[in-house]
Design a binder for this molecule. Structure first.
Ligand code: HEC
Length: 148
């Protein structure tokens, strides 16, 4: 009897939790995931300034792994895949430099990596804008066509 009561409480707790999470669960997942990148890259910077090579290598590796996850594939374009690939190679080069205890090289790769963060974000914003106008043109064209 007690077991059933406990099970009922658990079921309700789970239901309440799912209800609270609501529809915004998906974007939150991407957002939390993407924020991990930021956390790891801040840790790389910390490793660089304190000359902690294992901190640099560990976090650069994590960044590289994140870029392979399905949550990372926000856009399915060739350009996005290319930017992701270049980004991952830079993260790997950073890991390598840290393992070789080459501080100057690791610092250069960190700067390179940061530029790639910014470039991909620029690209993503650009595509979103283009997408909207493409859709507008498409809608306008179909309306014109139906009118004929
Ligand atoms: C290959 C593309 C790409 C690269 C490289 C990249 N990002 Fe992102 N990032 C994205 C996409 C896509 C989003 C989601 C944007 C959206 O949905 O509006 C995002 C979102 C974010 C966010 C916002 C999360 C939120 O709160 O919504 C942060 C922070 C972030 N990235 C940090 C970084 C950092 C730091 C780097 C470099 C170490 C980096 N990103 C490199 C594609 C990239």
């Amino acid at each position: 009897m007690k077991k059933i009561a406990v099970a009922t409480v658990v079921v309700f707790a789970v239901m309440a939790y799912s209800a609270l999470q609501g529809q915004s669960q998906e974007p939150n997942k991407v957002s939390v995931f993407m924020r991990l990148k930021l956390r790891h890259s801040q840790k790389v910077l910390e490793g660089l300034v304190t000359e902690d090579y294992s901190m640099i290598a560990k976090n650069a590796q994590e960044i590289s792994l994140l870029s392979l996850a399905s949550t990372w594939q926000v856009l399915e374009t060739d350009e996005y895949a290319k930017l992701s690939g270049e980004f991952r190679r830079t993260a790997d080069a950073l890991t390598k430099a840290a393992k070789e205890k080459n501080l100057d090289e690791a610092t250069l790769k960190y700067v390179d990596l940061t530029m790639k963060c910014v470039n991909c974000h620029k690209y993503v914003r650009g595509v979103r804008l283009t997408d909207a106008s493409t859709l507008d043109t498409f809608v306008t064209n179909s309306m014109t066509n139906t009118g004929r």
